[in-house]
Design a protein around this ligand. Structure first.
Ligand code: DC
Length: 289
């Protein structure tokens, strides 16, 4: 259900700025993962450098366990867009810190920034695979020790700066769905559609509990509720890029609703805004985006 849609000053003009589908450009899952180098500060400029208009960006923000990644992945699949899970990038830096023997909860911001600067984080076009340098870390970044430390890494401005640059580079060309905490507010303030997905803390803890149990971990639901609240507090209260909906975000509450229901609602919103699947809207000679 759409609870609220703000009409802040940064909204509609950003939506109107770009065409819905730019034919022949990189997109639709064809772009390979990218390292953190030569990153443009403005994704629209990146499209311009290639002589093509960038395609749309859908930003999905919200607290831990609201179902952002499931929603974002499903919407990306339905539209033929790439999907970037930015939380996986913060997790990869956290894994790298732990692998170097650095405990983020006790480390200085400078030590964590240096970790982020010294590694290359790569993410596949569907975010199913993540690497730190040449090591695939996909299987490690959801471990409880990473869960517990990642907020301490994500609050460091120098780490965020590195990762925001990489996120913009990854999304160059558009036709992407990107999820995180600051996507609509900081990373892509001109995104064509900004969603803020929420659910009650109890429901979010239950979802995390189910996920972890399926992965074979034994965890207490009460302990997870405490962790969800602690992470909400850290993510919303930090000085840099705190978790909050963009003024022009569409707020969607997923409490008690099925994934299909929420996905269908978001796809209707895409349609309403003229964001359609690349193959549906593409009229160029390449036949795909
Ligand atoms: O979505 P997630 O639980 O995988 O995110 C892991 C952590 O990274 C969480 O503490 C929030 C933080 N994060 C962030 O600060 N900014 C983002 N764009 C994505 C995640």
């Amino acid at each position: 259900m759409i609870l609220w849609q703000g009409l802040g000053s940064g909204g509609s003009p950003g939506f109107l700025r770009r065409p819905v589908c730019a034919c022949g450009q990189a997109g639709g899952g064809k772009v390979s993962e990218v390292p953190a180098s030569d990153v443009p500060s403005d994704p629209a400029a990146a499209g311009g450098q290639q002589g093509k208009q960038p395609g749309p960006i859908i930003a999905v923000d919200g607290p831990a366990g609201a179902g952002k990644s499931t929603l974002a992945r499903r919407v990306a699949q339905a539209l033929g867009f790439r999907y970037l899970d930015t939380g996986a990038m913060y997790r990869a830096v956290t894994w790298a810190a732990l692998a170097k023997g650095i405990l983020p909860q006790q480390a200085t911001p400078d030590a964590l920034r240096q970790v982020a600067q010294s590694i290359v984080v790569r993410v596949s076009p569907d975010s199913r695979h993540v690497w730190v340098d040449d090591t695939e870390v996909t299987g490690f970044i959801r471990e409880p020790r990473v869960n517990q430390a990642v907020s301490w890494v994500a609050r460091v401005p120098g780490v965020r700066e590195q990762l925001v640059r990489q996120q913009r580079e990854w999304a160059a060309g558009g036709n992407v769905v990107v999820d995180g905490r600051d996507i609509g507010t900081v990373v892509f303030p001109g995104a064509e559609l900004k969603l803020f997905l929420t659910a009650s803390p109890a429901e979010r803890a239950r979802r995390r509990w189910r996920e972890l149990v399926q992965q074979g971990y034994q965890v207490e639901l009460g302990e997870l509720e405490r962790q969800v609240e602690e992470r909400d507090h850290l993510d919303s209260g930090r000085a840099v890029a705190p978790l909050r909906p963009a003024e022009d975000a569409v707020v969607v509450d997923s409490t008690g609703r099925s994934v299909n229901e929420v996905v269908a609602e978001v796809l209707r919103e895409c349609e309403r805004r003229g964001i359609s699947s690349c193959t549906d809207s593409c009229t160029g000679s390449s036949g795909s985006c």
